[in-house]
Design a binder for this molecule. Structure first.
Ligand code: FES
Length: 107
């Protein structure tokens, strides 16, 4: 288990302990963390799981795939340098303490 910190648009924080191998979209919906929709279930066809990864964790993630990069052009909120699809961020021990801002809006 590793800790994920979600920052809501109003600045409030939610924290969740997430098992290695679980993605941050599923972790958020499983912990009733509002603001991450995940309409497509994680198959990269909705872009409603948009988060902005805070430094320094963004550099520790694998680069986005071509499909993820394309979907990030269709997010409801403007794309930022740290923007990622949370369904594509897979938890591992090296990401313990990762901080992600929940994009707003998602739809
Ligand atoms: S859940 Fe649909 S793109 Fe991530």
């Amino acid at each position: 288990m590793s800790r994920v910190i979600y920052i809501h648009p109003n600045g409030e924080r939610s924290e969740a302990d997430v098992a290695d191998g679980q993605n941050l979209m599923m972790a958020a919906t499983g912990h009733d963390i509002e603001g991450i929709v995940g309409d497509c279930g994680g198959v990269m066809s909705c872009a409603t799981c948009h988060v902005i990864v805070e430094a320094p964790f963004g550099e520790q993630l694998p680069p986005p795939s071509e499909t993820e990069t394309q979907m990030l052009d269709y997010t409801a909120a403007p794309r930022e340098p740290g923007s990622r699809l949370s369904c594509q961020i897979v938890m591992n021990a090296a990401l313990d303490g990762i901080v992600v801002r929940i994009a707003n809006p998602q739809l």
